[in-house]
Design a protein around this ligand. Structure first.
Ligand SMILES: *Cc1c(COP(=O)(O)O)cnc(C)c1O
Length: 367
């Protein structure tokens, strides 16, 4: 029996181990552990790869989202329109900024924000739209940008799952006023611990975020604005720099395997979320919709294949995120996707034999 783990981080690190140890040594010898030259170099390299002028390295994707929202003046009394089909961090960051998340339903074909539903949620308190490129699938960025423009709103991107995803040929992250990425180990570009970055091409916004991530200091011990300790570790910056040059190849491998899943699964009775027109997903996740999802997942595990579920409960139905305006049934497409979505193993190192084992097991179960 072939075992197929959901993720295989050791396989990715093995060929880079020597370079990563060398980078670690460089940081240890430098004596500089917070921000510093390694982080600055990484910020520039990552931002350039995403068609943005500035990068602000932080200690998590959640901090990146919070920083972007606050630097765009999102505050108490404001509403931010977003999706409930996401990891809770998206909504948490809106609440950290003091604002209220307002949910629009998703498009059933892409599982990302339905821009028409977003338009219906715009009200007098709406300040921003936070678009989440779920599973790596780019949101409908042009319609969303047009809506933001028309109503005087700020468009921000949660690109935590979408490193090098493209919309009309351009990398996501360069469409909103700012975009947040995560380097949580399991993301498409993972740190050896926590990390995140905000990218933008707005120099003033970048300056303000640099201050906010470092206690709001304009210079040492001068605090003109209330800030945070959101600095990126030098070690993470150095290690991410070793991995970054491989990101395009890894993304191409993910896309190739996703195409292959599309072909191998074509005749099975399940729902597959395909790329929307003009969108290139970085396939952080390859998800399908199956009836009796929890049972299918358990049976797959018995056959040595680990699947994931993203996400079993949408944010608006999480006890800590309840809002009387969004009861069960209020976001029917989101809720239906959560009920049957199943994430299949997908990472650059997944072998074709492993992928065939996943498909064979699914075929047996769905027959
Ligand atoms: C992972 C993730 C985050 C949070 O990133 P962290 O680095 O874990 O804080 C935010 N939004 C989405 C969509 C994510 O997948």
């Amino acid at each position: 029996m072939i075992r197929v783990p959901f993720l295989d981080m050791a396989a990715q690190i093995a060929p880079l181990r020597a370079a990563m140890l060398e980078a670690t040594g460089r940081v240890l010898d430098s004596g500089c552990f917070c921000l510093g030259p390694e982080v600055e170099a990484f910020e520039q390299e990552f931002a350039a790869l995403h068609d943005c002028r500035y990068g602000v390295g932080v200690n998590s994707g959640t901090s990146a989202l919070h920083l972007a929202l606050q630097a765009c003046d999102v505050q108490a009394g404001d509403e931010v329109i977003t999706t409930a089909l996401t990891f809770v961090a998206t909504s948490a960051a809106i609440r950290y900024a003091g604002a209220r998340p307002v949910y629009a339903d998703v498009d059933p074909d892409s599982a990302t924000l339905d821009w028409r539903a977003v338009e219906r949620r715009i009200g007098p308190r709406t300040k921003a739209i936070l678009a989440v490129h779920l599973y790596g699938q780019p949101c409908a960025l042009e319609p969303l940008a047009a809506l933001a423009e028309k109503h005087g709103l700020t468009l921000l991107e949660d690109a935590a799952q979408a490193h090098l995803s493209r919309y009309r040929g351009r990398p996501v992250g360069s469409f909103g006023r700012a975009a947040a990425f995560s380097f949580y180990p399991g993301k498409n570009l993972g740190a050896c611990g926590e990390g995140g970055i905000v990218v933008t091409s707005d120099s003033q916004l970048a300056e303000r975020m640099r201050r906010l991530r470092d206690w709001g200091q304009t210079r040492k011990y001068q605090h003109d604005e209330f800030g945070y300790n959101y600095r990126m570790d030098a070690l993470q910056g150095a290690l991410l720099r070793v991995k970054l040059p491989h990101l395009p190849t890894w993304t191409a491998a993910r896309r190739r395997l996703a195409r292959r899943y599309d072909e191998l699964l074509a005749t099975l009775p399940l729902q597959v979320w395909r790329e929307s027109e003009g969108c290139e997903s970085a396939f952080h996740l390859y998800t399908v919709g199956v009836p009796d999802r929890d049972e299918v997942r358990a049976q797959m595990r018995r056959r040595g294949i680990d699947c994931g579920v993203h996400y079993p409960v949408p944010v608006h139905l999480q006890p800590a995120y309840r809002d009387p305006d969004f009861p069960a049934g209020s976001l029917p497409v989101t809720e239906a996707i959560c009920a049957n979505t199943l994430s299949l193993p997908l990472y650059p190192e997944l072998s074709e034999a492993q992928q065939e084992a996943v498909v064979a097991a699914l075929r047996e179960l769905l027959r």
